[in-house]
Design a binder for this molecule. Structure first.
Ligand code: KG4
Ligand code: ZN
Length: 410
């Protein structure tokens, strides 16, 4: 794959002719700014952000994303732009992300996405101090596109380069959105990850639990597929579940009562398949009841794990004035999951912080913000920093069952 050659045009084309990607309707429809935050123009007028300004680039999976993040005069972080292009449509026919298609789509889009992030922010490359790009974990082809683009821009414009762990981007998002102080507990629940992480400080993470098989989002997606629901699986399962009876099918609550804080969802998915086979042919109501029963089992299992993790967190830090459980990842959008987490947090006397969904799912702002913290701590990288398909946040954590097969989830 010639990602480097294609993406190195990024610097030159930013001020040149309009890139084809920015002319397509797909591109303009999927551009968004983060809601509930003042527009970049308002912010610029009110209080100009101070240096350093960071451009963040994210291409580890099926979103091409770029954002500009800085700090206000009072030190509060500010998102000046946040542009995300989803590749969902490109992969829909294949029932999952196809690495080669993803890489090619990143190559086609990256110049336009980066330029849009700079234009939305009202800044040029000269105004930046840092370019941050995701170096892993993720699909290597896509990672190379983002990394080479970031490095080329940094080299061309004489800026610092910071390579960011995608999981660190998720882990630090509550500091970007809610100024959460270290230490805090993080639950990351996405299509690729299901992890409980103690965030002690920048670069200091303890993984307390992870999935030994499927990620929770993956279990939602596979359940949707076996019930014949369209992608994206999670939201469609939730929609059907709203019309179903969560008690109709007796499904297992994986890992409930286990002292270790790990997760398992593949047995639950198998139980759904068996129940569906036994009940087939499935009526609309059967599908709704299966969705509701699956969702209830997943939420119960998650609540049990989190309840235990919160008890351990409170015991480890009994004197914290404002103990926080933060959630990140697409599954955090699910209302049944969210209320299960709310209940557990309240019972433990812990504040639940759930950033806006557009910042919970993959985006460039989280990469820019992680780059900002790293730059301020003097942790910059050379242009020879490699991409890593597998890159655990907690390098000291023991790999679990499935390691070597599960890649980025480990
Ligand atoms: O964080 P994310 O956007 O991407 C990564 O996986 O990195 O998460 C996507 C996952 C998918 O598996 C999707 O089905 C799931 O989050 N998801 C949901 C919901 N919305 C998204 N799962 C359950 N309920 C939802 N409402
Ligand atoms: Zn992610």
């Amino acid at each position: 794959m010639s990602c480097a050659g294609d993406s190195q045009s990024g610097g030159a084309s930013l001020s040149g002719a309009v890139h084809p990607a920015s002319r397509s309707s797909r591109f303009t429809h999927l551009r968004f700014r983060v809601p509930d935050l003042p527009s970049p123009a308002d912010l610029n007028r009110a209080r100009p952000p101070t240096a350093p300004l960071v451009l963040g680039i994210e291409t580890s999976c099926d979103e091409t994303a770029a954002a500009v993040v800085g700090r206000m005069a009072d030190g509060a972080p500010v998102i000046l732009s946040n542009v995300v292009l989803s590749q969902v449509e490109e992969h829909a026919a294949f029932g999952g992300v196809v690495p080669e298609i993803a890489a090619r789509a990143h190559v086609e889009a990256i110049d336009g996405i980066v330029r849009a992030a700079l234009v939305d922010a009202g800044v040029s490359l000269r105004d930046l101090s840092v370019v941050a790009a995701t170096l892993g974990p993720g699909l290597v082809g896509g990672l190379i596109v983002g990394a080479m683009t970031g490095k080329a821009l940094a080299a061309g414009a004489g800026l610092a380069f910071v390579g960011v762990n995608h999981l660190e981007g998720h882990a630090l998002t509550p500091r970007l959105t809610d100024a959460v102080a270290y230490p805090y507990l993080l639950l990351l629940v996405s299509g690729g990850h299901t992890q409980i992480v103690l965030v002690k400080g920048l670069g200091a993470y303890e993984r307390w639990g992870t999935t030994i098989d499927d990620a929770l989002g993956e279990a939602f997606d596979k359940t949707a597929k076996l019930l014949g629901l369209p992608v994206p699986g999670g939201p469609n399962v939730e929609r059907r579940a709203a019309m179903g009876d969560p008690r109709r099918f007796a499904l297992p609550r994986p890992m409930r009562g286990e002292a270790r804080l790990d997760f398992s969802f593949s047995g639950l998915k198998t139980a759904v398949r068996q129940a569906a086979t036994a009940a087939s042919p499935l009526s609309e109501q059967d599908v709704a009841d299966l969705c509701a029963s699956f969702q209830a089992a997943a939420a119960d299992s998650l609540a049990d794990r989190i309840g235990r993790a919160l008890a351990r967190f409170r015991a480890a830090y009994p004197d914290l004035a404002d103990p926080v459980l933060a959630v990140a990842g697409g599954v955090a959008a699910n209302r049944a999951i969210r209320s299960a987490l709310d209940r557990e947090a309240q019972a433990a006397g812990v504040r639940l912080v759930a950033p806006p969904l557009l910042l919970c799912t993959d985006n460039g702002a989280m990469i820019a913000y992680a780059g900002l913290e790293r730059f301020e701590a003097g942790r910059v990288d050379g242009l020879d920093a490699p991409v890593r398909s597998r890159w655990p946040l907690d390098e000291a954590a023991t790999p679990l069952i499935g390691f070597g097969r599960r890649g980025a989830k480990a």
